[in-house]
Design a protein around this ligand. Structure first.
Ligand SMILES: NC(=O)c1ccc[n+]([C@@H]2O[C@H](COP(=O)([O-])OP(=O)(O)OC[C@H]3O[C@@H](n4cnc5c(N)ncnc54)[C@H](OP(=O)(O)O)[C@@H]3O)[C@@H](O)[C@H]2O)c1
Length: 282
């Protein structure tokens, strides 16, 4: 698998997103705990060395599963987490963006993952929970930069961010990745991806398969049948071919889906296929 640099950390471009391991609505324990642990334990054998998580998945559940399955961690494993939210008792997603709340979140992640330093912490912005929205992030990034100087965070990233916020953050601290929603049918970040690629910054699409309602399209199904692949594999291969700085974190709670997703890293889409897939653009 080809690789990309997250700061001084080298990761394979096909990673894994752990959010699907928590219970329904990303809340509470998994439906099948043994299966969740088995998915995590399979990652290394498949060459996956990049896991995306957060302490607000569950809350705490996903990080605790990662710790139980994989601690002590392999030297080459990179765990990327995010801060900026907490969960209400009704499973709601609540902003937790003050410097004090960000510090608490970093400590929660350290404790539940069993780490002394977090590899990468994404600042999950919540000006609009559903998508990037403008707002001043000086206080957020300054708080994370201070935690970085104290040695608790190795690298900083952003999530749910606009191009302007990426620029503002980069004026305060080095930014190694941006994690926003992007997939075959949701391409609002095309220009941002290209700018980040020029500067060697990773773009990590969340919902690469469409998220809670996986992508459905007749063009996608047709192309997949021609290539003897699954539609989800084609969706992932398209992202890998879209830009060199795209790193993938597809989420699954299924071993069979995990294996299919990782296999998509070697699927090559010919130019005529890319043309057909372009018609899906939302
Ligand atoms: N920064 C943010 O705001 C944010 C938001 C959302 C997610 N994330 C991160 O991004 C990661 C990826 O997002 P996601 O997991 O929500 O969405 P996703 O990767 O787009 O899709 C996950 C869905 O696709 C299904 N799936 C996975 N592989 C499949 C396959 N090969 N065939 C058929 N169905 C398949 C999963 O069900 P099964 O479990 O049945 O496979 C699940 O329902 C998350 O794990 C999380 O780490 C970040």
């Amino acid at each position: 698998m080809n690789t990309f640099q997250l700061g001084d950390l080298t990761v394979n471009r096909m990673g894994y997103g752990a959010m699907q391991l928590a219970g329904p609505h990303v809340f509470g324990p998994p439906k099948d705990r043994e299966q969740a642990l088995a998915v995590l334990r399979e990652l290394a054998a498949l060459g996956v060395d990049h896991i995306d998580t957060s302490d607000f998945y569950g809350p705490h559940v996903t990080n605790q599963l990662i710790r139980e399955a994989l601690h002590p961690y392999a030297d080459d494993l990179t765990i990327v987490t995010k801060v900026g939210a907490t969960r209400g008792a009704d499973a709601s997603w609540l902003p937790a963006q003050s410097p004090k709340e960000l510090e608490t979140a970093v400590h929660d992640n350290l404790r539940n993952l069993g780490l002394e330093v977090l590899d990468v912490v994404n600042m999950r912005l919540m000006f609009d929970v559903m998508g990037p929205a403008e707002g001043d992030i000086e206080a957020h990034i300054t708080a994370l930069a201070e935690l970085q100087q104290r040695g608790l965070i190795r690298h900083i990233g952003l999530s749910n961010a606009t191009a302007q916020q990426v620029q503002q953050a980069r004026g305060i601290a080095p930014i190694v990745c941006v994690q926003n929603q992007y997939n075959l049918a949701h391409r609002h970040d095309d220009a941002l991806i290209d700018t980040l690629a020029q500067d060697g910054i990773a773009y990590v699409p969340f919902f690469p398969l469409g998220g809670f309602s996986p992508l459905q399209s007749s063009q996608l199904a047709e192309v997949a049948a021609q290539l003897e692949a699954t539609p989800m594999q084609v969706a992932l291969a398209w992202l890998l071919q879209r830009s060199r700085n795209i790193l993938l974190i597809p989420g699954t709670s299924s071993l069979a889906h995990l294996r299919q997703n990782v296999a998509a890293a070697t699927l090559v889409l010919p130019p005529e296929t890319l043309q057909k897939l372009d018609q899906i653009k939302g």
